[in-house]
Design a protein around this ligand. Sequence first.
Ligand code: ADP
Ligand code: MG
Length: 636
Amino acid sequence: MTVNKKQKKKRNRILVALGIFCVLEVLEIAGVFDAMPNGLVVEFAAFLVPYVIAGHDVVRKAWHGIVHRQPFDESLLMTIATMGAFLLVLFPDAQPHMAEGAAVMLFYQVGELFESYAVGKTRKSIAAMMDIAPEFANVVQEGDLVQVDPASVAAGSEIVCKPGERVPLDGVVVAGSSQLDTSALTGEALPRSVEAGARVASGCVNMTSVLTIRTTSAFENSTVQRILELVENASEKKARTENFITRFARYYTPIVVGLALAIAVLSPMLLGLSVSASVQSALIFLVVSCPCALVISVPLSFFGGLGAASKLGIMVKGSNYLEVLARVDAIAFDKTGTLTSGRFGVVDVHPSAEIDRDMLLSYAAHAEAYSDHPVALSVVDSYVGVIDRSKVGDVKEVGGEGVVASVDTHRVLVGNDRLMMSEGIEAPTCTLVGTILHVALDGQYLGHIVIADMMKDDAKEAIDRIHHAGVKRTIMLTGDREEVARAVSEELGVDEYHAKLMPQDKVAFVERLLAEQPEKSALAFVGDGINDAPVLVRADVGIAMGGMGSDAAIEAADVVLMDDRPSRIASAIAIARKTLRIVWQNIVFALAVKIVIMILALPTIGISTMWLAVFGDVGVSVLAILNAMRCMRVRE
Ligand code: ADP
Ligand code: MG
């Protein structure tokens, strides 16, 4: 555990006060004060010493609150209670309570110190994991390698990344091959091999050999920068439970002070109890009602939950989304890029009579040259010839259908049967299972390319685990053919599938699902953001694939999976549920213990002592904090 300077100072102060306190307590028990002529005065002054050493800042804070008209916080509760304990000496019929006054302050401070350790530790472990910011980029200038600020490197520049260095910017490898440690981004322990042509994300560490990388974005749009922003903003979006606790404390404290006053004033009048006994009950009531256990442990739990998720490469954009994730009982998935890898292989090419296979592929690849759709990227990848982008113009992408572009002087269409239909072109049906890309040239049908996508290797496991976690309904939504959708959903064990959906159909479908959702349960949508960003926004919680997904998706989503693995969804739900379980355990436990001690402190019962109250309060805080820290721990 690392301790900063301020904590160290406070710790030393508390230790000194504790030492003095123990000596005084022994003297008191031995009857030394009683034997003195002015014993009570000496004892009073003596116990004031550890009280002031340990608690002067609390008293100051309480005073500060009063001056600034925001008096109702724990400092005030503690100050009134402890000073009250000292002042009980003014009642001739009461036992002296100076020792308790000092003890309450001391233990309260021990609790506070512990709490600041816990918060510091949580923050630190998240920060350590978030230690992904690159310090420099190597660029070649006049034949020399020079280290420059990554923010000054333009997109499209070439940079050199040596073994042991962090990849400073997103890009594509142009020379070299190496192993990358991606664990800081994705939580994945296995290194990833990369070679020329591979995309690399900033924040990974290059492990084995030199890579030359052409950057694809400027630093402000890089993966690293996006993650850092996500994490910074996340803790500001408070969960409802968290807001509830803050509001609760605001009303609760004045009520408690009022009740304490009522106990002190009314019970002698109504119940005929002695004033000193009533005041004592009121003081105990104040100590025990301190809400610190909740005020600290609830935000700490959510913070820990966010941290645990990010250790697995799950970026949750706010505590409120953890709350929603915990309630998810239906999940809708996009197919391409979400459950399947989105890297299609060409299964077959069926040209019509007038054209050869390579020409067909060439037209398709040119028309797709500017599209980011996984289908397009795969066609471009599988075309062996050179793509001359200068031949391509007038590109129009029709979401859920395909592209229209001019290549040379021809008007080329590449897309599914819907695209062909809308252009009045007759397209044959193909019996092969796969996604069919029909190609047409100047209104003439040219043939089709059959491509197939591979399932992500953890897709089946993901669906199993999601079902196992108690999610009742899994639904796959796709713009692809019925045949492909059926094959994929059967293999994965998805409950329902709906094919041939246009992007706007997906929105309508999700609206319908939302309307069918039972109260209190939530619907998640998982997509890669290629034309499903609107759906990500509509769902109760939108989950995007961050690695290959578009920037729009990462913007629109509430949760981003850095490594694109659907099985992380089950982990995210598990973390969210665990966090909420711990939050509620703490709320119930803290309130229960406090209510019991409060009841025991009522003047008519009067079993609680100040000692019990302070141990109750500090004990509950410490246990609640320890419990909250469990949120940080992750099991794969
Ligand atoms: P999914 O719902 O599976 O993610 P999309 O809605 O993105 O799929 O696309 C649905 C279908 O539209 C694809 O299966 C493909 O047939 C066609 N399509 C979309 N974009 C393109 C494109 N750029 N080129 C060719 N076909 C496309
Ligand atoms: Mg898609």
